[in-house]
Design a protein around this ligand. Structure first.
Ligand SMILES: Nc1ncnc2c1ncn2[C@@H]1O[C@H](COP(=O)(O)OP(=O)(O)OP(=O)(O)O)[C@@H](O)[C@H]1O
Ligand SMILES: [Mg+2]
Length: 455
C-alpha cells in the first residue's frame, strides 16, 4: 500500500489531489506544517507533496528541513504557485526530489508522484543492499565452537540496537574484529567506525583526542579539533583498552555517556553527540573496580551488553576453520598451502596460545612458508612451547611450579587434544570416538563437559 501525504495551508488543493490520485494511492492530508510533522512522526509515507508557500509560520522548505532532522526520508515534491526558479532550486538543494508548477495537470501530478515513489523505493533498496554487501564481504570472526556461535549470535542480536557493548577477552582473541563486525551489522554501518586505543596517550591528550579542543586551549593547540566523538558521528566509536583509562578521563567519559553531549577542552558550551560506543579490554575489570581503579558506574554504562571472547585454548574445535580462514586470507607470494595435516592440527590443539588467534596467524604464516605448497605438516610448525609442559611460547623454557600441577596440566591438554582429534577422525560420533580412546561413552561425555567441548 503506497501512502502519500499532501500538505497545504488550505484544504482546497489537497482535496483535489486526493480526488485525482485516490484510486492509485492512499492519500493523507495535513493542513499546515505542524500537522504535517505530526503525521510524519506517526506514519511512514512513500512521498510527500507540499506547497512551498504556507504562511503563516513554516513554509515548505522549512517543513522539509524539520522532516529531515527527524529522519524522515520520504521524497518531497514541492509545489509552487509563483514559480520563481530560485525557490524551487533552493528546495532541491535542501533535498526535495522534484518541484511542480501550479497549475498542474492530472498527468503531470501522477507522473511526478510515481517517479518520486519509485525513487524512494530505490534509495531504500540501495541502502539495504549496501548494508548486506558490506556485511557479506567484510572479514568476520569464524568459529564453529559452541562458545563462538553464542558470541556471534549475541553480536548479531545487539548489532541493531544502540546498546553499548563491552568486549572482553585475552590479547589476540579478536576483540577489534568483533567490534568492527558489530558496526558493520548495525544500522550505523553507513557511518564511520572510529577506533581509539585508550592506553596509547597521556590522560590530557586522551581528553582532547576524544572530546576535541578549541584553538589555543593549551600550548600547541594551534587549531581547533573536533575530537573523535564528533568524528564518529552517525557511526561507532570503539574505545580499545578501556581498562587503561585514567580516573579523570573515566569521570568525563561517564558524563558524556550519560548526557550524550561533550564539551571540547577549553570550550564553554556543550555539543550533542550521535555515537554508538563499543569498548574492549583484556584487563580484569572486576578486579580493577575492587581496587578502586575503575569506576563501577562507568562499567555499567559501557557493559550494557558484555560479550566475552573465550581464549583459543578453550575452543580448539575452532582450529580447523581458523587455519583454513588464515590460509585463505594470505596474500603473500611463495608456497600457498590450502590444507593442514591431522598431526599438525593435533599439535596446535595441545598448545596454550597465550597470544591467541594473532599468534596462530604468525605460526601458520611461518609454517606456510616452510610447507610443500600443498598442506602444512607437523614438521613445518615451529616448536610450540607447551607441546609437553606448561611453557610459554617460543623459547622452550618451562614455567616452574609444583611438578604435580605441571603434570596435571599437561595430561589435561593431551586428553583434550586426543578427544578433539578422535571426534574429528570419527566425524563427530561420540560412540566411535570413545571406542578409539578406550573409554566408555559416559566417561567420554563427562570429559566433554569437563573440557567444554561441544559436539
Ligand atoms: N574468530 C576469528 N576468525 C578469524 N580471524 C580472527 C578471529 N579472531 C581474531 N582474528 C584475527 O586475529 C587477529 C587479532 O584480532 P584482533 O586484533 O581483533 O584481537 P584483539 O583481541 O583486539 O587483540 P589485542 O587485545 O591484542 O588488541 C586479527 O588479524 C583478526 O583478524
Ligand atoms: Mg585490539
Amino acid at each position: 500500500m503506497t501512502r502519500i501525504l499532501v500538505v497545504d495551508d488550505e484544504e482546497q488543493f489537497p482535496r483535489l489531489v486526493r480526488a485525482l490520485l485516490d484510486d492509485t494511492y492512499v492519500v493523507d492530508v495535513a493542513i499546515g506544517a505542524e500537522q504535517a510533522l505530526h503525521r510524519l512522526d506517526q506514519t511512514v509515507y512513500d512521498a510527500v507533496i507540499t506547497d512551498l508557500h504556507m504562511p503563516p509560520g513554516v513554509d515548505g522548505i522549512e517543513l522539509l528541513k524539520h522532516a529531515r532532522a527527524r529522519d524522515v526520508d520520504a521524497p518531497f515534491l514541492v509545489l509552487t504557485g509563483r514559480a520563481t526558479v530560485e525557490t524551487a532550486v533552493q528546495a532541491m538543494r535542501e533535498g526535495a526530489y522534484d518541484y511542480l508548477r501550479k497549475p498542474v495537470t492530472r498527468d503531470e501530478l501522477a507522473a511526478a508522484v510515481e517517479r518520486a515513489v519509485a525513487h524512494g523505493r530505490m534509495e531504500r533498496e540501495v541502502g539495504r543492499l549496501r548494508r548486506e554487501v558490506s556485511s557479506a564481504v567484510g572479514d568476520r570472526p569464524v568459529g564453529e565452537s559452541g562458545a563462538m556461535r553464542r558470541v556471534m549470535a549475541l553480536a548479531e542480536r545487539v548489532a541493531s540496537s544502540e546498546a553499548s557493548v563491552l568486549i572482553l577477552g585475552e590479547s589476540g582473541t579478536g576483540k577489534e574484529l568483533l567490534a568492527r563486525t558489530i558496526h558493520r551489522l548495525s544500522t550505523r554501518s553507513g557511518g564511520p567506525f572510529v577506533a581509539f586505543d585508550c592506553s596509547a596517550l597521556a590522560p590530557s591528550l586522551v581528553e582532547s583526542e576524544l572530546f576535541g579542543h578549541e584553538r589555543g586551549a593549551f600550548t600547541g593547540a594551534q587549531r581547533a579539533r573536533r575530537g573523535l566523538f564528533r568524528e564518529a558521528s552517525a557511526g561507532t566509536l570503539f574505545l580499545d583498552e578501556i581498562g587503561d583509562v585514567a580516573p579523570e578521563v573515566q569521570n568525563k567519559l561517564l558524563r558524556v555517556l550519560q548526557e550524550r553531549e561533550i564539551k571540547p577542552v577549553g570550550g564553554d558550551s556543550f555539543v550533542k553527540i550521535d555515537v554508538r560506543v563499543l569498548a574492549a579490554t583484556n584487563k580484569d575489570l572486576a578486579k580493577l573496580i575492587a581496587q578502586g581503579r575503575f569506576r563501577e558506574d562507568l562499567y555499567y554504562r559501557l557493559a550494557v551488553v558484555p560479550v566475552e571472547l573465550p581464549p583459543l585454548r578453550d575452543r580448539t574445535e575452532d582450529l580447523p576453520v581458523l587455519v583454513a580462514n588464515i590460509l585463505g586470507r594470505r596474500r603473500s607470494a611463495g608456497p600457498r598451502p590450502t590444507r593442514i595435516a591431522a598431526d599438525a592440527l593435533a599439535r596446535l590443539a595441545t598448545y596454550r596460545w597465550p597470544g591467541n588467534i594473532r599468534e596462530l596467524e604468525n605460526v601458520i604464516e611461518r609454517a606456510a612458508i616452510l610447507s610443500d605448497g600443498q598442506s602444512i605438516r607437523a614438521r613445518d610448525l615451529p616448536p610450540l612451547g607447551s607441546d609437553g609442559g606448561g611453557a610459554p611460547a617460543g623459547d622452550g623454557a618451562i614455567e616452574l611450579k609444583p611438578l604435580k600441577e605441571l603434570i596435571a596440566e599437561a595430561t589435561g591438554r593431551i586428553e583434550r587434544a586426543a578427544i578433539v582429534e578422535a571426534l574429528r577422525q570419527e566425524a563427530g560420533s561420540p560412540s566411535r570416538a570413545a571406542k578409539r580412546l578406550g573409554i566408555s561413552r559416559s566417561s567420554l561425555y563427562n570429559k566433554l563437559t569437563a573440557h567444554g567441548i561441544a559436539v
